[in-house]
Design a protein around this ligand. Structure first.
Ligand code: ADP
Ligand code: MG
Length: 231
């Protein structure tokens, strides 16, 4: 069974005067435990596609199944619950909550899924903050840390619920070489140990080779699919 399946997914934005077709009839299937990357120039549709797979937005046309659930049919509350239980996000602009500390930002998704007892919450948060090298900054607020540090907090926050799928929009864009590889290593470790699927977009040549399947987008169309040697 495929984890994520897109059938002729099209997205048209009608916010401006002229409609913009951001995605054109995308067909693809992503399995469990996959490590997938989307590349393509700015404006090619990467963020739009991640938002659709993250159930943050709906396609204009086509079918999008996750775990055999047609997410196009979910209402807002169902979509929110689905996101909280199944998905983790690293957004391009981090989306950290300014009034919460680093620690509280990472804790936040755990409070939404409820079932995790306080002690285990604390353990998971500490483990992840340590892994991304942010434990000594845990009481700082987002405006007191750098872009690269925010990125690392965003990664810890995405992983803390042990989601089945992690969607990351340019997750290493603001990281130095060493930290980027550390982040990728954490992702590979979770893929191996927990079977997590990672889907990320990137411009970053140093991590493109880390993906197992590489999709190329151009003007909203899927123009290439490549299985890299890591797989
Ligand atoms: P990428 O992430 O690859 O840079 P995007 O998915 O952000 O690409 O954008 C794809 C296309 O859709 C671009 O032409 C962009 O201008 C347009 N677009 C993205 N978001 C919106 C929006 N909310 N309203 C209107 N057009 C949008
Ligand atoms: Mg983008």
């Amino acid at each position: 069974m495929s984890l994520i399946k897109l059938e002729k997914v099209t997205k048209v934005y009608r916010t401006g005067e002229v409609p913009v077709t951001a995605l054109k009839e995308i067909n693809l299937e992503i399995g469990t435990r996959a490590f997938v990357s989307f590349i393509g120039p700015s404006g090619s549709g990467k963020t739009t596609l991640l938002n659709l797979m993250g159930v943050l937005d709906k396609p204009t046309d086509g079918k999008l199944l996750i775990n055999d659930v047609n997410i196009v049919l979910l209402d807002r509350a169902e979509a929110a619950e689905f996101r909280a239980n199944t998905l983790g996000f690293v957004f391009q602009n981090f989306n950290l909550i300014p009034v919460l500390t680093v620690y509280e930002n990472v804790e936040y998704p755990l409070l939404l899924v409820k079932r995790v007892p306080a002690r285990e919450r604390r353990e998971r948060i500490f483990t992840l903050l340590e892994k991304v090298g942010m434990i000594d900054q845990k009481d700082k607020y987002p405006n007191q840390i750098s872009g690269g540090q925010k990125q690392r907090v965003a990664v810890a926050r995405a992983l803390v619920t042990n989601p089945q799928v992690v969607l990351a929009d340019e997750p290493t864009a603001n990281l130095d070489h060493a930290t980027a590889f550390k982040v990728i290593a954490i992702m590979h470790e979770m893929q191996r140990d927990l079977g997590t699927t990672f889907i990320f977009s990137t411009h970053d040549p140093k991590i493109v080779g880390e993906a197992e399947i590489l999709y190329t987008l151009e003007d909203g169309a899927l123009v290439n699919q490549e299985i890299t040697k890591r797989n």
